[in-house]
Design a protein around this ligand. Structure first.
Ligand SMILES: Cc1cc2nc3c(=O)[nH]c(=O)nc-3n(C[C@H](O)[C@H](O)[C@H](O)COP(=O)(O)OP(=O)(O)OC[C@H]3O[C@@H](n4cnc5c(N)ncnc54)[C@H](O)[C@@H]3O)c2cc1C
Length: 412
């Protein structure tokens, strides 16, 4: 299916379009065709999680702002909060942005986590204050859930928030905070009671940039990039007006965020498209790589390995289609969690195959002119390991599938 007619199709499967949606699709294609972004001033990273320099940030923020102005971001959100007010339009915009291979939208936490959580749990004032900046990208968000002792055991939060008149005083230490170095706001879980593990947590929308008592320190990844950070809080004042939902409801609100982060619910904010076929880049690499006088693309073992990747890609795509049929979704978490597992492992296996195809030349890093495909593959390979850790490790997703979906006994 090409997606040219009354359907749109991506990795998530095909859907029929209404006449209004077809008209929107035509508009988005035309707009993207006429408004290609200028070349970036410097090389962009593979994902928003590795944006490091102000040059990259300014370029990507300007791009998201333009896309939002044109109606390509937040298309499903109510107009009162800076959205387009048209249900079902964002998926179309995402797909077309992916097809056009335009740069990613930088505000990944704002779009895919903060905005949908605020929409679900926020007061009217909070929705009006915070959601527009998430969609336009003018206000970058980060996520302050993980701590040195609270990753998989997320409820073990030690960062405390103590009430003081109209404020809360926050003290603690968050870690692995992607985009924290550019964030204006953080979605933050903090402990407001030591008497209850889960009901002792409260969710805040916390100012970060330039806020007294907040220290952001970059952490360097194996790739040499420093996309994530540790964030220290020392007597940080957060107004009670920035508390999301009730005191003690932080766990429930965080589950809403995780549902969007793990892809179990579709965020209407945009933030990524399906792109060209996921094996195309491998095929291009195999066509350009010669070994012992033979093109890698003519080597039967390499061809077979790429076909295996294409088969998995098709399985993921079909799973996406199944997830859209309510009668096939016996448990709301089954297919989305399966998708998270399959997609994250798919990214890893693809990257490993890319490195295998490039062979010894895959040791050439991105700054080396002789590196195949601009040094994409070693970078992708090293970064791919984060995919099975971020948003909850795959071991934890398997536990959830086993215990909550299949009804197996609890692991502890
Ligand atoms: C690229 C990237 C970006 C990230 N960005 C953010 C961010 O912006 N904000 C944020 O808050 N966090 C972020 N994280 C952190 C991420 O959510 C945590 O790394 C993740 O939840 C795991 O926690 P941990 O690192 O403390 O590992 P641990 O919880 O210490 O786990 C260590 C190992 O033990 C396994 N394990 C633990 N418990 C169990 C169990 N019960 N059963 C089986 N196996 C188990 C895990 O699967 C893992 O293999 C990011 C992580 C990555 C990799």
């Amino acid at each position: 299916m090409s997606g040219d007619d009354a359907t749109t199709e991506g990795r998530a499967g095909s859907v029929s379009l209404t006449p209004e949606q077809q008209e929107f699709q035509t508009y988005v294609r035309r707009w993207l065709g006429e408004n290609a972004p200028p070349p970036p001033p410097e090389r962009l990273p593979i994902t928003p999680l590795e944006v490091m320099t102000t040059g990259q940030r300014d370029y990507l923020q300007a791009w998201q702002h333009r896309c939002h102005d044109a109606g390509l971001v937040g298309a499903d959100y109510p107009t009162a909060y800076g959205g387009g007010g048209h249900e079902g339009f964002q998926r179309i915009a995402n797909l077309e942005m992916g097809r056009a291979r335009v740069p990613f939208l930088i505000n990944i936490v704002g779009l895919n986590m903060a905005a949908p959580t605020i929409l679900a749990h926020g007061t009217e004032a909070q929705k009006q204050k915070f959601i527009p900046g998430c969609l336009s990208g003018d206000e970058i968000w980060c996520q302050g859930f993980s701590e040195p002792g609270a990753g998989s055991d997320m409820a073990n939060q030690q960062t405390s928030a103590v009430r003081d008149a109209d404020d809360w005083i926050v003290n603690g230490h968050k870690v692995w905070t992607s985009l924290g170095h550019f964030a204006k706001w953080m979605i933050l879980i903090a402990r407001t009671s030591k008497d209850h593990k889960y009901d002792g947590l409260t969710y805040f929308l916390c100012p970060i940039e330039g806020h007294p008592g907040v220290t952001v320190r970059p952490l360097v990844k194996i790739t040499g990039e420093s996309g994530f950070n540790e964030v220290l809080f020392e007597d940080v004042r957060v107004p009670d007006a920035y508390r999301l939902d009730e005191v003690g409801k932080g766990w429930t609100v965080a589950m809403t965020t995780l549902t969007y982060e793990r892809g179990a619910a579709e965020s209407a904010g945009g933030g990524g498209g399906d792109g060209p076929h996921p094996t195309q880049r491998l095929i291009d690499l195999a066509r350009e790589t010669w070994r012992d006088g033979v093109r890698a693309a003519d080597d039967p073992v390499t061809r077979d390995a790429i076909v295996q990747r294409a088969i998995v890609a098709e399985g993921i795509r079909q799973n996406g289609r199944r997830a859209r049929v309510p009668a096939l979704c016996d448990h709301p978490m089954r297919l989305p969690l399966q998708q998270k597992l399959a997609s994250s492992e798919f990214v890893q296996h693809n990257a490993r195959l890319g490195v295998d195809i490039a062979g010894a030349r895959s040791t050439l890093y991105k700054l080396d002119d002789r590196a195949p495909d601009g040094g994409h593959w070693p970078l992708a390979y090293m970064n791919s390991y984060g995919h099975t850790i971020a948003a909850g490790t795959n071991e934890i997703q398997r536990n959830i599938l086993g215990e909550r979906v299949l009804g197996l006994p609890k692991s502890k």
